[in-house]
Design a protein around this ligand. Structure first.
Ligand code: ADP
Ligand code: MG
Length: 489
């Protein structure tokens, strides 16, 4: 468990400790709305997907969408939380043009998911961020300002879309840690399939609560940066906000609690409104909805249908394939990546090597070309075959890189064909190799003498000559052994 205590000095920004807590709205991947049968599909004509229930017209009653509850249960199970056997829907009252009901149905005092934690690596350091809660609620509509001159339009299609609001403790201590948390959370919700994770379409929106304090002092006043919809903006926004708050404090101003927006064009955050307190919303239990009751049996049913979780899979990778925790975590960054790894490991029986290739060469190229693992031109079977050919001594590591290049750029069709056509086979015929070794020994009397006199480095010079003489096809290990035995060492 992470603690909210002071972090190491190295993390301080101009002598201040940064404190961050996240509220994330994950849009649940149901076909219909949280309390009605209207569609949740993205991109429809404005106001074609909001029904009378979504608008709370008189005479309508909301009915809980079972699929939304199941997704909340899945999330709770994925992060090791308590699933409340009985939770309550509440009305959060406020006025806004995109909320014609005048209230949002949410959960307040008793949320469906309580506690739990999200674990991830920040570099090589393991982190754990505690969750306070995750609650079900409905989304509001959307104001449209673009297509209207001097006026705004309202699109209510999004009203009633199911959301899971996921709230952390103020456990994060840097923008980098906040981004790593958000990426891990994104991974979890998309892995278990409760959210499509599309940040541009607003399916995964993060609010970052940021404050600063001198180490050892109580928590400072926070400002909440709303609706961060890219990891890049998230980092920029928090960094700007931290600098701004420190500057204010250093200039003798107190921080006012506020809701702020990040402007990607200027890279700055700006106050949108002062922050309401919970009391301003006049929360009360929604009289139209009974308590949400979840039996242990239902939880077990949901659990039984869930695929292996990333955490569990990483542990399996450690025990089944003998990987370290860090590698196992890296290889379970997405379902697609883990599947790629397992297929490659199976194809060659060398999981450790397969993992190294995937985390090294392959991920470097994917990043450089902005490709997903599914789009990697080298398929796991090909990688497996390549590793097999290294392991059985057919090719050297150097030659393997050339084969890999050819497979990746499409100039080679399969591993053995490329090895053949490029003549990359290692020289495993000792007869031919011995001849080269003898020639090199004869032609380099000086190095030989030096080596015999105890200079180990002189051997490297000889190995180099032999590798050159074999056009790189000799096995360096074998060359080394041959040389030593011939030079009587
Ligand atoms: P609200 O109900 O106003 O949204 P909460 O107490 O639920 O406020 O906190 C919202 C988020 O703000 C949580 O993620 C919490 O961890 C974070 N938070 C609370 N206090 C601070 C603080 N001083 N600095 C940074 N984050 C904070
Ligand atoms: Mg809140």
């Amino acid at each position: 468990m992470a603690s909210a205590s002071s972090s190491p000095k190295s993390l301080l920004v101009q002598g201040y400790e940064v404190v961050i807590g996240f509220e994330t709205h994950a849009q649940l991947s149901t076909q219909s709305k949280i309390f009605s049968r209207a569609s949740t599909a993205f991109g429809a004509e404005p106001n074609t997907q909001a029904c009378a229930v979504d608008l709370a017209l008189p005479g309508t009653l909301p009915v809980m969408n079972k699929g939304a509850v199941e997704r909340a249960i899945e999330f709770g199970l994925a992060i090791g939380a308590h699933i409340a056997p009985r939770s309550i829907f509440a009305r959060k009252n406020y006025f806004y043009p995109d909320l014609p009901k005048g209230y949002q149905i949410s959960q307040f005092e008793i949320p469906v998911v309580q506690g739990g934690s999200v674990e991830f690596f920040l570099g090589e350091e393991k982190k754990s961020v505690r969750l306070v809660r995750a609650h079900l609620e409905e989304d509001a509509g959307k104001s449209l300002h673009e297509d209207f001159v001097g006026q705004s339009g309202i699109d209510l299609n999004r009203a009633g879309t199911p959301l899971l609001e996921i709230v952390t403790e103020p456990d994060m201590r840097s923008s980098a840690e906040a981004v790593a948390y958000a990426k891990e959370l994104h991974k979890i919700v998309t892995w278990i399939g409760i959210c499509d994770g599309n940040m541009q379409e607003g399916s995964f929106r993060c609010d970052a609560n940021v404050s600063v304090r001198k180490p050892g002092e109580p928590l400072g006043t926070r400002r909440e940066i709303k609706n961060l919809n890219s990891f890049k903006f998230m980092q920029q926004a928090i960094d700007f906000e931290v600098r701004w708050q420190i500057e204010q404090i250093e200039d003798g101003h107190a921080i006012q609690q506020a809701t702020v927006l990040f402007n990607p064009d200027t890279g700055e955050t700006r106050a949108m409104r002062t922050k309401e307190d919970a009391a301003d919303y006049r929360y009360f239990p929604d009289p139209d909805l009974p308590p949400l009751c979840i039996s242990e049996h239902w939880v077990q049913e949901v659990r039984a249908q869930m695929a292996e979780l990333p955490r569990v899979m990483a542990q399996r990778f450690e025990s089944q394939y003998g990987l370290g925790e860090y590698d196992a975590t890296q290889l379970t960054q997405s379902l697609a990546l883990s599947a790629y790894f397992e297929a490659a490991a199976k194809a060659c029986g060398q999981p450790k090597l397969a993992g190294n290739w995937i985390m090294g060469e392959i991920s470097r190229r994917l990043n450089a070309q902005d490709l997903a693992i599914d789009q990697a031109p080298v398929r796991p079977e090909g990688l497996g075959q390549l590793i097999t050919r290294i392991a059985d001594g057919t090719i050297s590591n150097n030659a393997a890189r050339q084969v890999f290049d050819a497979l990746w750029d499409g100039s080679g069709s399969d591993v053995d064909t490329v090895i053949e056509s490029k003549g990359l086979k290692q020289m495993n015929d000792t007869g031919a190799l011995e001849k080269i070794v003898d020639d090199v020994i004869a032609a380099n009397a000086k190095n030989v003498a030096e080596f015999k006199a105890g200079n180990e480095k002189a051997l490297n010079a000889l190995v180099g000559q032999i590798m050159k003489g074999s056009k790189g096809k000799a096995n360096p290990q074998q060359v080394n052994e041959l040389l030593r035995s011939k030079l009587g060492n």
